[in-house]
Design a protein around this ligand. Structure first.
Ligand code: ADP
Ligand code: MG
Length: 246
């Protein structure tokens, strides 16, 4: 896929949890190399959208494709397609009983079938890139939250994803650690990684996002450049949301 071509296509997606309508006809196209920030009030469906894109949740109707391939609901093909979507959550979700290095090599060895030596060499490069190579033999609990989240990013990158999803990656971090994670993300964006980032960090959005998508009540209400969105939001919902954020 060339830069600028559609990579993630979410089409007419509905998601119901029982009677609750969590995603209401969501349409979103993210092009290769694009960075999209998703913003909106708590409960608006941002996490649900991320989880459906990675098929951690099934969708009620509609379709989601990655690089032209529709995501199946389940099965072997799903595991492979899911590897194309790197996911970083608010809570770092590292395997507590494995070393930092093992956390990063597990997927490549088990899912991609890489040799241990090869997986380790690559993991060390990634850990270096996010600034935690010196912690490779430690256990997750020995690292700070900011360091653990950078390991989580390295772990996702080790799978060679086509797109990276971040769901409030800095919300659980102490303030002084937020920037060390955002800096890694800004770098990834500059290198051309396709990214969907749920965050309320407006500094990141202004610096790195091509587009801001504003969600409310399970719908995409507004899409704009960060400049347009933060300076001149169009909908009343967005205006209200931003006034509370500032
Ligand atoms: P956000 O990430 O924007 O805060 P979510 O996507 O987590 O919002 O949630 C959207 C809505 O869907 C919320 O009202 C939430 O309570 C509901 N929801 C999320 N997951 C489930 C679930 N597994 N079962 C029922 N309702 C859910
Ligand atoms: Mg959420």
């Amino acid at each position: 896929t060339e830069s600028g071509q559609p990579l993630v296509v979410v089409k007419d997606v509905q998601k119901h949890y029982g009677d609750f309508h969590a995603l209401k006809d969501v349409n979103l196209t993210v092009n290769k190399g694009e960075v999209v920030v998703v913003i909106g009030p708590s409960g608006s469906g941002k996490s649900t959208l991320c989880r459906t894109i990675n098929r951690l949740e099934t969708i009620t109707s509609g379709s989601i494709s990655i690089d032209g391939q529709e995501l199946p609901a389940e099965g072997k093909a799903l595991a492979h397609l899911r590897a194309e979507v790197g996911m970083v959550f608010q809570s770092f979700n590292l395997f507590a009983h494995k070393t930092i290095l093992q956390n990063v090599t597990l997927g490549p060895i088990q899912v991609l079938g890489k040799k241990k030596s090869e997986a380790e060499a690559e993991a060390m490069k990634l850990l270096e890139r996010v600034g935690v190579a010196h912690q490779a033999q430690k256990m997750p609990a020995q690292l700070s939250g900011g360091q653990q989240q950078r390991v989580a990013i390295a772990r996702a990158l080790a799978m060679h994803p086509k797109v990276m999803l971040f769901d409030e990656p800095t919300s659980a971090l102490d303030p002084e650690m937020i920037n060390e994670v955002l800096d890694v993300m800004v770098e990834l964006a500059a290198e051309g990684m396709t990214m969907i980032v749920v965050t309320h960090e407006m500094g990141f959005a202004r610096k790195a996002a091509n587009r801001v998508v504003f969600m409310a009540d399970g719908q995409i209400v507004e899409e704009a450049t960060p400049e347009e969105f933060f300076n001149n939001p169009k909908s009343a919902r967005a205006k209200d949301f931003l006034s509370k954020l500032l």
